[in-house]
Design a protein around this ligand. Sequence first.
Ligand code: ADP
Ligand code: ASP
Ligand code: MG
Length: 411
Amino acid sequence: MPLLVMKFGGTSVATVDRIARASKRVAREVANGYDVIVVVSAMAGKTNELVGWVEETSPLYDAREYDAVVASGEIVTAGLMALRLQEMDIPARSWQGWQVPVKTTSAHSTARIEEIGTDAINQKFKEGFKVAVVAGFQGISPEGRVTTLGRGGSDTTAVAFAAAFGAERCDIYTDVDGVYTTDPRIEDKARKLDKIAFEEMLELASLGAKVLQTRSVELAMRYKVKLRVLSSFEEYDPNAGTLVCDEEEIVEQNAVSGVAYSRDEAKMTLISVADRPGIASAIFTPLSEAGVNVDMIVQNISEEGRTDMTFSCPTNQVKRAEEALSKAKDAGAINYREVVCDTDVAKVSVVGIGMRSHAGIAAKMFSVLAREGINIKVITTSEIKISVLIDRKYMELAVQSLHDAFELHKA
Ligand code: ADP
Ligand code: ASP
Ligand code: MG
């Protein structure tokens, strides 16, 4: 029997009514002759609420208990979806991560899937079950504890199941009707893309476009999963949405194909550290050991033999970074005058595989920002992206002006 994976995000299962609507879509695919693995998120807002409860109860929480709490949202929607399908006379049951099992690493709150057991679910399909409703975002560690895959992790659950079960396609149903040139909530003129290359999607996702979790795109690329993003609110159309595919399948290619942003960035500068071999290692090793995800880095010479080192990291890791740095200072590993922290910054990036063959994209990006009076604090580039760190209050303006200047509204 051919098999499909259908993933429904938080807004698509936000109420019992919406779960009923999503179930109708599942029923249609069952009627089309598919066995279906449905992956569900928690109801919209639920995971945030659960995280809030954890932080309120225990500010320096035990990550294993954090996972036990935040994984519960998906358990509820999986059960409700299975019940709804049963009401429609479709043989279905729910599966929690540990029941499948979805085996992960023990990196609590950011675990990686290592293996998905397929026997139990396949056995149920053989017995005549048509739908397996899987709780997304969760798994089980080698120690037998519940783990979660990082925010947005249900996308990754879905793609991993599609790879493990050899699904014909993995459909990600969400609250927008595909992947756009930028977040359509910030730019009205954002244009829906019919197709996007894996590599571009990977960059957009890792630079903040939360429509797909980065890891899900990596997995789809590695295991050649046919991945589609589409709306759970629009009328069904077999050609709807955006297909994430190989570069070769895309005929037309602009130099820039998308703009992404990440709101919750912080910029930290160590003032006056010794300018000597090994200084970068002495600073960034303790940060990495403390679990700080350092993103952009710049080093600028200040005075004779001294330098300032600037880096960016997510806002919620600033405390951890400060602690790691002051510990390293106390231990004599580094010496700096002070750490200056700016938590009101955002990162804006332009992405496109066409950049490989077009010169002048960076220059154009910088002149657009200059025209708007937006100061650039840090810059990083790669072959197919340019990112800048700017004051957060200019983030929307930067996204809109860049979208306009690169004419992304035009196909
Ligand atoms: P779900 O709950 O279904 O997983 P998410 O909120 O995680 O949905 O992701 C969908 C959201 O991603 C959209 O509502 C949109 O605001 C945002 N988004 C950011 N960048 C893009 C983009 N380039 N294309 C489409 N959506 C985007
Ligand atoms: N519910 C989880 C979150 O909000 C996982 C997901 O929705 O993908 O991050
Ligand atoms: Mg999501």
